[in-house]
Design a protein around this ligand. Structure first.
Ligand code: PNS
Length: 173
């Protein structure tokens, strides 16, 4: 009798920075699939907050205890990368209706490009439905609290950035 092939899923994204919403989705995916490859897109944003290497290190740190989660980078078409990894599934998080149109377009384009790779959408816990990397950066740069919204390692790195004056402090003077 042949063994069932491992179900490999790719969780792609920019992760600049990793939020608790991302963590929630990756953990849910790790319970559903045999192996998760968290894939950080290379060079999408010309002025990222964290370098790709820093983002990979952060995700590795957060999922150090999860044997079935690995972290990698990719460029080019996501479906080509997924095929190369032997993944049959792409996992994306859906927070609100506002995410839907963009995600729907991407999922259908990816299906057009690679009909055998399925996109699955997972919903994060309610308390994370309003979090995005963009809002985290904005709130932090304006002096607002972000504890509980990002993993502690991200919070520590953001504070270190501010201390080293590598983050613009956008608070009104
Ligand atoms: O977290 P993000 O920034 O919304 O992630 C977007 C991502 C990385 C999933 C998307 O930009 C992507 O898949 N880029 C790779 C290029 C590609 O395959 N484009 C065609 C898909 S429609």
């Amino acid at each position: 009798m042949s063994a069932t092939p491992a179900r490999i899923a790719v969780c792609p994204g920019s992760f600049d920075p990793l939020t608790m919403g991302h963590v929630d989705i990756i953990e849910r995916a790790a319970r559903l699939y045999d192996r998760i490859v968290v894939a950080v897109l290379l060079n999408a944003d010309k002025r990222p907050l964290f370098s790709v290497d820093e983002r990979v290190a952060i995700i590795e740190d957060v999922f150090a205890g999860r044997d079935n989660v690995t972290v990698d980078t990719f460029e080019g078409l996501l479906v080509d990368y997924a095929r190369q990894k032997g993944a049959s599934v792409i996992v994306r998080g859906l927070r609100a209706v506002s995410d839907f149109e963009y995600e729907f377009q991407m999922a259908l384009m990816n299906r057009h490009l690679a009909p055998h790779i399925e996109t699955t959408f997972l919903m994060p816990a309610e308390q994370y439905t309003y979090i995005s990397s963009r809002l985290i950066k904005e709130v932090f740069s304006l002096g607002g609290p972000i504890d509980g919204l990002v993993p502690p390692v991200v919070e520590a790195k953001l504070h270190a950035r501010r201390q080293a004056r590598l983050l613009p402090d956008a608070r009104p003077t």
